[in-house]
Design a protein around this ligand. Structure first.
Ligand code: NAD
Length: 309
């Protein structure tokens, strides 16, 4: 697919991944429209050359008229936060958004969608986890909403004229990232350079993918995979432990803090403590990450220090 001739709609384009994707799409010559309710994203992250529609996708009418002339949708909008007052709110919001979008796409005859799923659909699975691993048993409402969305997309792909590119991301890191382990450690160490509290026992171990590689892989898959439902893991071949992240952040800040652990094998309820995705299916399409997990963490630490210090 030659993106320079395409009109691409990006939901969640004011967020971390979305804003980088929009920049790359514009650089490749695409026409870009962003739809976002700015609940966690921000207006000033969206490039001036993109059209912006502020709308809440849980509203079934949010996309009235917005999909006219659109060739391809990247659906990134999602709530990643747990609302303790609405235990099922995250699941309801995320699946409602995807349902609304699919209905609006069908009405507007838009037949291509790229979707950002997550490693969390696998739950606590053997590693490296391939795309055909089963059973899929997520352990969080967020993972459950991603798996439910995948089901909705698969049902449409196999019964209607719809092509789906479904990306199961490892942890994505880079400039603009907030509310995740690297910016969290940086902010804590700016506040108190002498000590760092680490959630869990520090031995949680996951695969980190730099945002530049993530966006490049998404576009590579859209350009090369042509089944009705194209599900691909996006990650690195290596992992980085939380202790190692702390050591990299401290090293980049030239600090030697004392570490305190909250204990237990995971950071929070619903956290999958160890994750490494098989990326053989993606490699077979001729794509490899340019940075290992440790390199992605170190580069992101430097980029985030420039923003946060
Ligand atoms: P983000 O929170 O930075 O971006 C999500 C965007 O969606 C935000 O701009 C937010 O304002 C918008 N949004 C939320 N609810 C909305 C609604 N009701 N209507 C319209 N817009 C709404 O998150 P991100 O890290 O950029 O993640 C992007 C996508 O990738 C998400 O679907 C996420 O689940 C998925 N993902 C991310 C990672 C990661 O490591 N960052 C890993 C796995 C999957």
């Amino acid at each position: 697919m030659d993106l320079s001739t395409q009109h691409v709609l990006v939901t969640g384009g004011a967020g971390f991944v979305g804003s980088h994707l929009v920049d790359r799409l514009l650089a490749d010559g695409a026409t870009v429209t962003v739809v976002d309710n700015l609940s966690s994203g921000s207006r000033d992250r969206i490039a001036d050359d993109a059209d912006f529609v502020e709308a809440d996708l849980t509203d079934p009418d949010a996309l009235d008229g917005v999909l006219d002339g659109v060739d391809l949708v990247f659906h990134l909008a999602a709530s990643k936060l747990v609302d303790t007052d609405r235990p099922h709110g995250q699941f309801e919001d995320n699946t409602q958004m995807t349902l609304n979008l699919l209905e609006a796409m069908a009405d507007a005859d838009v037949t291509k969608i790229a979707y950002t799923s997550s490693s969390t659909v696998y739950g606590e699975a053997p590693r490296p986890t391939p795309e055909d691993f089963a059973p899929l048993e997520p352990i969080s409402a967020y993972g459950a909403s991603k798996l439910a969305d995948e089901g909705l997309l698969s049902a449409r792909a196999h019964s209607h004229d719809l092509t789906v590119w479904n990306f199961r991301f490892a942890n994505v890191v880079g400039p603009g990232l907030r509310g995740a382990v690297i910016p969290d450690f940086i902010e804590k160490l700016i506040e108190d350079p002498e000590s760092l509290t680490i959630l869990g026992n520090g031995r949680q171990e996951k695969s980190y993918l730099h945002i530049t590689d993530c966006v490049d892989a998404m576009l590579h898959i859209v350009a090369t995979a042509d089944d009705a439902m194209n599900t691909y893991n996006l990650g690195t071949r290596t992992t980085t432990s939380v202790d190692r992240i702390a050591a990299i952040v401290a090293d980049e800040m030239d600090l030697d803090p004392d570490y305190e652990y909250t204990g237990g094998d995971r950071g929070w309820t619903g956290d999958v403590p160890k994750m490494r995705l098989s990326i053989e299916k993606l490699a077979a399409l001729g794509w490899e990450p340019s940075l290992s997990s440790d390199e992605a963490v170190r580069q992101s630490t430097r980029e985030l220090l420039d923003e946060l210090r």
